[in-house]
Design a protein around this ligand. Structure first.
Ligand SMILES: Nc1ncnc2c1ncn2[C@@H]1O[C@H](COP(=O)(O)OP(=O)(O)O)[C@@H](O)[C@H]1O
Ligand SMILES: Nc1ccn([C@@H]2O[C@H](COP(=O)(O)OP(=O)(O)O)[C@@H](O)[C@H]2O)c(=O)n1
Length: 226
């Protein structure tokens, strides 16, 4: 196992994982792994290649040879490309989330993406955002955070986020999507969404980002990671 430290941030959609992970990576000067983006690109690659999300063999082949790249734009935005084609926007739609969670339930797809996720562990450290970062991908992480919030609050956050991006969305539909994705992520046989036994669980339903981040930084300090 690598001696490079990793902090895992897991939890359901809209809990604030991306927000907190980015702040943390920036504060510590560490690398960042958006593992959900790998599942989202796999789902999008299926759409591009004309492969059904239900065709386990074909999806697994795509995941094994996934030609994906992450680059940082001048604006600081992370651009995601599949076969050199920018898919950053397409993968962030609700449809993109549905595709990701459908292909993520295929055990061979998860296996195919495992080594690729571990390659992100480079000095001086890594903040890893996902569902199974603390349970499966980095089980030896010295600090594991599990962020959660009520489904209603997470749907409201997603609603505001998509509206700001100019997408037309319905709040009841988003709540349905979130509950459906929670159920699929929690009930799958391999790497289901659940806190690691040694995770610090933080409920952010009524807690602003700054306070959640301060709570996480206290855990970081307590572990001597900064
Ligand atoms: N504690 C919080 N309180 C209010 N809004 C939040 C909080 N954490 C995150 N958000 C907002 O909720 C939305 C979803 O957060 P994000 O970090 O993308 O969640 P996740 O990565 O868990 O899906 C973003 O618009 C973000 O600004
Ligand atoms: N480590 C991970 C990350 C994401 N995923 C899957 O990919 C989907 C999209 O993940 P994401 O982190 O981009 O989604 P949000 O939490 O941002 O909505 C999730 O619903 C999971 O089904 C996973 O199975 N394991």
């Amino acid at each position: 196992m690598s001696s490079t430290p990793v902090i895992t941030v897991d939890g359901p959609s809209g809990a604030g994982k991306g927000t907190i992970s980015h702040l943390l990576a920036e504060k510590l000067g560490w690398h960042f792994l958006d593992s959900g983006a790998l599942y989202r690109v796999t789902g999008q690659a299926c759409v591009i290649e004309g492969v059904s999300w239900e065709d386990h063999e074909a999806v697994t082949r795509i995941a094994r040879h996934l030609d994906v790249s992450f680059t940082t734009a001048d604006t600081g935005e992370i651009l995601v490309a599949y076969k050199g084609r920018d898919v950053s926007r397409a993968i962030r739609t609700e449809e993109g989330g549905r595709g990701a969670s459908t292909v993520a339930a295929i055990p061979a797809v998860r296996q195919a993406l495992l080594a690729r996720q571990r390659e992100f562990l480079q000095p001086p450290g890594l903040v890893a955002d996902g569902r199974d970062m603390g349970t499966v991908v980095f089980p030896d992480a010295p600090l594991k955070i599990f962020l959660t919030a009520s489904a209603e609050e997470r749907a409201r956050r997603r609603f505001d986020q998509l509206l700001a991006k100019g997408e037309s969305v319905s709040l009841p539909r988003l709540l349905e999507d979130i509950e459906e994705r929670d159920a699929r992520d929690s009930q799958r046989k391999v790497a289901p969404l659940l806190p690691a036994k040694d995770a610090v669980v933080i409920d952010s339903t009524a807690t602003p980002v700054a306070d959640v981040f301060a709570a996480v930084m206290r855990e970081v300090a307590a572990k001597g990671l900064k």
